[in-house]
Design a protein around this ligand. Structure first.
Ligand code: HDE
Length: 702
C-alpha cells in the first residue's frame, strides 16, 4: 500500500464538514460587539471616573470580557490530557457482511468521516510530546448508524486486568502528590512501587520500556483496540475480535536520548509533525485490520482471550486488513474540536458489541462519567465535534448548556399525544445487544485463567531484535536508575528476572543492584515477528533532511542532491550559521532557512554535507555544526557527504574510517553513511542516500 502523494484525498465536503460549518464563525471583516450583539467603540480602555480614577461597575463590556476570560479553562482530561486531533475519512476494502452488520463496513465506495485524537497518557496538557509513554489512538467514526468510537492505544496490552485498579495505576504513574514531580514520566518511585507489587503489569511494562513508547511520529505508530470486542452479523452470529491500525509509513521510533532532547528543543514535535504533514498534503494513512475468533475458539489458547494484558499473536490469529483511514484536514480551532471531543468506548453501532473483558466493562462506565465533569453537564453530545451526522430524537431534556430547542409537550414514553414518538424501531433497524448467556455467582475475584503474568512478557522479549533489546535495557537503566528506594530497584530486577534472566542481569548492572540469584525466566521460547519494528515497512516518504552549508558551498552538489531528495518525497532544509541567502562556488545562491540556533539534529531524520572548501572551513570552525553531525551520528541517522564534506564528516565526527569513498574516489556506503568524491554520478549517490533514509536508523553503528 503506497502513501497517497498525489493529494487525491484532498478533503471533499462531507456530511460532518457541512455540519461543522453551521456552527463555525469567521470574524474577518466584522465589527466588534458584546456577547449581546451590541456594537462597541473601544475595547482598550475601561470606563473610569476621570482618566486617572477608579473603574466603574457599570462598565458592562469590561465585566463581560474579564468574566469570560476568568472562565476560559475547563478541567484537563484526568489521563490523556495532552493530545492532538485531525479529521479524515475511512473506507472499507470489501463488504464485511459475513462478519458484521455495521453499515460503515459494507460499501467500499462509501466514505465515513472520522475525527482522530492522538495523545500521551501521563503528562498534563502542556507537557512535551516525545516523553516515554503509551500513545492514545482514539477514532470517532461519524457513521450512518450513529457515532462509533474506537478508543485505542499504540500498545496492544494494558497494565492491569480489572478497571477497578485504574485509579491506582494512574495515581502511581502521575507526578508524586507531595511535590508534583516528575512531569510526564515513569522514572520515579511510586510508578515502580506499583509495578513490583502488581505482577500483571510485567508485560505492558516491557512494551513501555521498548521503542514503541517513543514514536518518531503519530503517523508512524500502530493503533490497537486493546480490549476484546465482538462483531455480530445480520443473522446474529458473533465473533470475538481485536482491532488494529497499521500505518502505511511503517512503525518507527526515536531513541531515548533524542526523545529527551526533543522535549526541550520542540515540545510540540509530534503535533507539529502531524499538522505540517496534513497542511503539505502528505495525508497520514492507516490500514484497518481485525483479528477474529469464532465463539467456539474461545478456549483454544494458552492465554485467556478476555485478558487485556495479553495480545493475540498475529502468527496464531492473522490480522485481516479490511480498510483504510486517511487524515486530510486539520482542525479550525483546537479548543472547540480537539479539547472538547468526547470519546466513549460505549459508543457502538449495530454489528459491534462488547466482551466480558473486565477492563472494557469498567471503561464503558468511566468515559461517559468523566465527560460530565470535564465538559460540564449531560449535553456534551451537542458540541459540534461530538454531534452524530444522523438525526437525534429522544425524550432527554434540559441540563446545563442545552442547545436544542425541543418542541411540543411530550417528553415521555409511552405517549398517545404524539403517536408514541419518538418511536422505538424494529430489531433489524436498531441496536440489539448480543444475547450472550451469562451465568455465575456474584464474586469479587479474578479468574485463574488470568494468572499467567510473565509468559507473554518473555514472548515479547524473545521477539525483539538485538538493537531493540539494547534499547529496552537502556530504558530500564534510565527509568529505574531514577528510583530512589534501593529495595524497589532490587525488586524490579527480581521481577524482570521472571521474564528474562538476561534482561534482569543487565538491568542490575546498570542501576547498582545485585544480579538476580533465583533461577528465572518462563521457559517460553516462542517469538512473534510481527511485534518487532525491525520487520516494518521502510520508505523515505515525508522524511526531513538537514543540509549543512555555508558561503562557498558546492552549488551543483547541493542542488542535484536536493532535487533527488525532493523527487523521492524527502524534504530538505539548508541549515547555516546565519539564515538568509548563501552564495555557492559558482556564484549561484540558495537560502538557508534555519540557523544553528533554530535547528538541531534531533529535529531531522538525516543530514547531508555538500562540498565546497570555503563552506567546510567555516563549518569546521562552528562547534554547533560539529555537534549537529555528531548527534545525528550518535542517534544512528543516515548521513551523506560529498567532496570536502567527507573531510568535515571525518574531522567533526573523529571517525576517519567512516565509509570512505571507494578506491576509484567515487561512492562509499556503510552503516548509513554515504560519501562521494569527484562525483560524476550524483544520481547513484542520491539513490544510496535515499535508501539509507528509508532504513530510518542504522543500528550497526556501534
Ligand atoms: Fe482510557 N480513559 N481508561 N484507556 N483512554 C480516558 O476518558 C479509563 C484504557 C484511552 O483522546 C478518560 O475522555 C479506564 C485503555 C484514550 O479524548 C477516562 C481504564 C485504553 C483516551 C478513561 C482505561 C484507553 C482515554 C479520560 C481502565 C486503550 C483519550 C478522559 C479500565 C484501549 C481519549 C476521557 C481522547 C481517556 C478511563 C484504560 C485509551 C478517565 C477506567 C485500556 C485513547 O474516562
Amino acid at each position: 500500500m503506497q502513501q497517497n502523494q498525489d493529494k487525491s484525498a484532498a478533503p471533499g465536503i462531507d456530511k460532518k464538514m457541512r455540519q461543522l460549518e453551521e456552527f463555525s464563525t469567521d470574524h474577518k471583516g466584522r465589527e466588534l460587539t458584546t456577547n449581546q450583539g451590541v456594537k462597541l467603540t473601544n475595547t482598550d480602555d475601561s470606563l473610569k471616573a476621570g482618566v486617572r480614577g477608579p473603574t466603574l461597575m457599570e462598565d458592562f463590556h469590561f465585566r463581560e470580557k474579564i468574566t469570560h476570560f476568568d472562565h476560559e479553562r475547563i478541567p484537563e482530561r484526568v489521563v490523556h490530557a495532552r493530545g492532538f486531533g485531525a479529521y479524515g475519512f475511512f473506507q472499507v476494502y470489501e463488504p464485511m457482511a459475513e462478519y458484521t452488520k455495521a453499515k460503515f463496513l459494507q460499501d467500499p465506495a462509501g466514505k465515513t468521516p472520522v475525527f482522530v485524537r492522538f495523545s500521551t497518557v501521563a503528562g498534563s496538557r502542556g507537557s512535551a510530546d516525545t516523553v516515554r509513554d503509551v500513545r492514545g489512538f482514539a477514532v470517532k467514526f461519524y457513521t450512518e448508524d450513529g457515532n462509533y468510537d474506537l478508543v485505542g492505544n499504540n500498545i496492544p496490552v494494558f497494565f492491569i486486568q480489572d478497571a477497578i485498579k485504574f485509579p491506582d495505576v494512574i495515581h502511581a504513574v502521575k507526578p508524586e502528590p507531595h511535590n508534583e514531580i516528575p512531569q510526564a514520566s515513569t522514572a520515579h518511585d511510586t510508578f515502580w512501587d506499583f509495578v513490583v507489587n502488581t505482577p500483571e503489569t510485567a508485560h505492558m511494562v516491557m512494551w513501555v520500556m521498548s521503542d514503541r513508547a517513543i514514536p518518531r511520529s503519530f503517523r508512524m505508530m500502530e493503533g490497537f483496540g486493546v480490549n476484546t470486542y465482538r462483531f455480530v452479523n445480520a443473522q446474529g452470529k458473533a465473533r470475538f475480535i481485536k482491532f488494529h491500525w497499521k500505518p502505511v509509513l511503517g512503525v518507527h521510533s526515536l531513541v531515548r536520548d533524542e526523545a529527551q532532547k526533543l522535549s526541550g528543543k520542540d515540545p510540540d514535535f509530534h503535533r507539529r509533525d502531524l499538522w505540517d504533514a496534513i497542511e503539505q498534503g502528505n495525508y497520514p494513512e492507516y490500514e484497518f485490520g481485525v483479528q477474529m475468533l469464532d465463539e467456539e475458539q474461545e478456549f483454544n489458547f494458552d492465554f485467556d482471550i478476555l485478558d487485556p494484558t495479553k495480545f493475540w499473536p498475529e502468527e496464531l490469529v492473522p490480522v485481516k486488513i479490511i480498510g483504510k483511514m486517511t487524515l486530510n484536514r486539520n482542525v479550525e480551532n483546537f479548543f472547540a474540536e480537539t479539547e472538547q471531543v468526547a470519546f466513549c468506548p460505549g459508543n457502538v453501532v449495530p454489528g459491534i458489541d462488547f466482551s466480558n473483558d473486565p477492563l472494557l466493562q469498567g471503561r464503558l462506565f468511566s468515559y461517559q462519567d468523566t465527560q460530565l465533569i470535564r465538559l460540564g453537564g449531560p449535553n456534551f453530545h451537542e458540541i459540534p465535534v461530538n454531534r452524530p451526522v444522523v438525526a437525534v430524537h429522544n425524550n432527554q431534556r434540559d441540563g446545563y448548556h442545552r442547545l436544542t430547542v425541543d418542541k411540543g409537550t411530550v417528553s415521555y414514553s409511552p405517549n398517545a399525544l404524539q403517536q408514541n414518538c419518538p418511536a422505538p424501531v424494529a430489531e433489524e433497524d436498531g441496536y440489539v445487544h448480543y444475547a450472550e448467556r451469562v451465568d455465575g455467582r456474584k464474586i469479587r475475584g479474578r479468574s485463574d485463567s488470568f494468572r499467567d503474568f510473565y509468559s507473554q512478557a518473555t514472548l515479547f522479549w524473545n521477539s525483539m531484535s538485538g538493537p531493540e533489546k539494547e534499547h529496552i535495557i537502556d530504558a530500564f537503566h534510565f527509568e529505574v536508575g531514577n528510583v530512589k528506594d534501593k529495595t524497589l530497584k532490587q525488586r524490579v530486577v527480581d521481577m524482570f528476572n521472571q521474564v528474562a534472566p538476561e534482561l534482569a542481569g543487565k538491568i542490575a548492572l546498570g542501576i547498582g543492584a545485585n544480579p538476580p540469584v533465583e533461577p528465572g525466566g518462563t521457559g517460553v521460547t516462542a517469538a512473534s515477528a510481527a511485534v518487532s519494528q525491525e520487520n516494518t515497512i521502510r520508505t523515505p516518504l515525508t522524511r526531513k533532511v538537514a543540509v549543512l552549508a555555508e558561503n562557498g558551498f558546492c552549488y551543483q552538489g547541493l542542488n542535484q542532491v536536493v532535487s533527488l531528495l525532493l523527487n523521492a518525497g524527502v524534504s530538505a532544509d539548508i541549515v547555516s550559521s546565519r539564515m538568509g541567502m548563501l552564495t555557492g562556488t559558482d556564484g549561484k545562491q540558495m537560502e538557508a532557512v534555519k540557523d544553528f540556533t533554530t535547528a538541531n539534529a534531533v529535529l531531522y531524520d538525516a543530514v547531508y554535507v555538500p562540498g565546497g572548501a570555503q563552506s567546510i572551513q567555516s563549518l569546521l570552525k562552528t562547534p554547533d555544526a560539529r555537534e549537529f553531525i555528531n548527534e545525528a551520528y550518535k542517534h544512528a541517522k543516515p548521513i551523506a557527504a560529498a567532496d570536502e564534506g567527507v573531510d568535515f564528516l571525518q574531522a567533526a565526527a573523529g571517525r576517519a574510517q567512516l565509509a570512505p569513498p571507494d578506491s576509484a574516489g567515487q561512492l562509499g556506503t556503510g552503516q548509513g553513511v554515504v560519501t562521494i568524491r569527484a562525483a560524476s554520478d550524483w544520481r547513484s549517490f542520491g539513490e544510496e542516500f535515499v535508501k539509507a533514509i528509508a532504513m530510518h536508523r542504522h543500528w550497526t553503528r556501534a
